[in-house]
Write a protein that binds this ligand. Structure first.
Ligand code: APR
Ligand code: PHB
Length: 393
């Protein structure tokens, strides 16, 4: 088999890249290790920046999102049992869309099917060869049979644990990382959201987040210890802890309901630089991870491939191979800015055993500042809704 761009991974960046390339008249084949229903059912975060929303609409893939997504103009930030509203649209003119990542993936797959973009699900033993030279190849097995995909370029969109980053020779990539001493326990509950906006709540017992997926489904997270596992968190304990953390002076509480799904996500910040080697380009979680505190991961991944599609198209259609040289640099500027913001939100809202009374007072001072100063709230809001995606040329 032959294609212009071989894409490893059918997550948001892999699928979006295939669509963007198709629009430019460039052929791509997507290889995915899991089956379609697994990929479409994998629950992740769900806040789309305006740039992501606009891109889905431009590609004609926004119909279901516009129908089912929840447009949010503000968030609430709480501490010391009080809640404050930050009106992002008033401060920045922009908004965000609450729409689950798996819904985005479902829409991208349906769109690919309609457009005839090939996605091969359930491939095994994927390996990259010849990435340093002019004709890279992806070897894999499908239904037990070995196959080869010959490409001009390869996009490694296979997440943090994928094989693409590992295919780069030792010593080429520099990695930057920070592990946090806590994780997030997330639940989906069959309960009508009892607040119109997302609430980021600081409390002495740890951070909690109130979010939602639909008019009947609430999404909730609570900070837990890094070493804890789900068996230690029966539903009753989760609700008890959520109620303790959300307790506020006006008596508001998230409405409880049957727990539909429960999972624990580790918190880490990770960046690899550069994001390319030879003819292999890394995008999304394969190259960087942000802690989920502001649900930036999918948006960053999609911004990467917007830049990559422009560079690949110039290289393939106009013969300008040097167009690809700026890919890493352009993406990494935005990635570091998102890393800074996610780290700042995380350290303002979570507590850890290493924190002292000084750290707690500093957090409260920071929270007072962002909820009472227009300048500070604007800084939070412009980062929250997403900084512009740079045009590489
Ligand atoms: N071969 C083919 N596919 C693979 C392989 C492999 N060897 N390894 C992993 N994959 C697939 C995974 O099954 C998954 O569908 O690559 C995809 C990678 O998807 P994600 O882990 O979702 O990462 P990414 O696509 O970069 O998406 C970033 O996901 O984790 C969130 O916060 C993150 O929102 C961000 C988004
Ligand atoms: C979510 O709804 O999954 C979500 C929302 C906001 C965040 C993180 C996750 O900051």
């Amino acid at each position: 088999m032959r294609t212009q761009v071989g894409i490893v991974g059918a997550g948001p960046p892999g699928l979006m890249l295939a669509h963007l390339l198709r629009r430019e008249g460039v052929d791509a084949v997507v290889l995915e290790a899991r089956d379609r229903s697994y990929v479409e059912g994998r629950i992740r975060t769900g806040v789309l920046e305006q740039g992501t929303v606009d891109l889905l609409k431009t590609l004609g893939l926004g119909e279901r999102m516009e129908r089912l997504g929840l447009l949010h103009h503000a968030i609430e930030v709480g501490y010391e049992k009080q809640r404050f509203r930050i009106d992002m649209t008033a401060l920045t003119g922009k908004s965000v869309m609450v729409y689950g990542q798996h819904e985005v993936v479902t829409d991208l797959i349906a769109g690919a099917e309609a457009a005839g973009i090939p996605i091969l699900f359930g491939v095994e033993d994927v390996a990259l060869e010849g990435i340093a030279g002019p004709s890279p190849t992806i070897r894999f097995r499908r239904g037990g049979v070995g196959e080869e995909l010959h490409c001009d370029y390869i996009a490694g969109c296979d997440g943090f644990h994928g094989i693409s980053r590992a295919a780069v020779p030792d010593g080429v990539l520099t990695t930057y990382k920070r592990e946090y001493p806590f994780s997030w326990l997330g639940i989906l509950a069959e309960a009508a959201p009892s607040l119109d906006e997302l609430l980021y709540m600081h409390s002495d017992c740890g951070f909690a987040l109130f979010s939602m997926r639909s008019p009947t489904v609430t999404r909730l997270y609570l900070q837990c210890d890094r070493t804890e596992n789900l068996a230690e968190w029966p539903d009753e304990r989760v609700w008890e802890e959520l109620h303790r953390r959300f307790e506020s002076m006006d008596g508001w509480m998230p409405k409880a309901g049957p727990v539909l799904q429960k999972s624990i996500t580790a918190m880490r910040s990770f960046v690899t630089a550069p994001m390319q080697f030879g003819r292999l380009f890394l995008a999304g979680d394969a190259a960087h991870i942000v802690p989920p505190t502001r649900a930036k991961g999918m948006n960053l991944a999609i911004a990467d491939v917007k830049v990559l599609a422009t560079c690949l198209s110039a290289a393939i259609r106009e013969g300008k191979a040097s167009a690809l040289d700026c890919y890493s640099e352009v993406c990494l500027r935005r990635i570091w800015s998102a890393q800074r913001f996610s780290w700042w939100m995380t350290s303002m809202l979570h507590n850890s055993l290493e924190d002292s009374a000084f750290d707690r007072r500093r957090q409260i001072a920071e929270l007072e500042y962002v909820t009472h100063s227009v300048a500070a709230a604007t800084s939070l809001a412009e980062n929250y809704v997403g900084l512009p995606i740079e045009n590489p040329f």
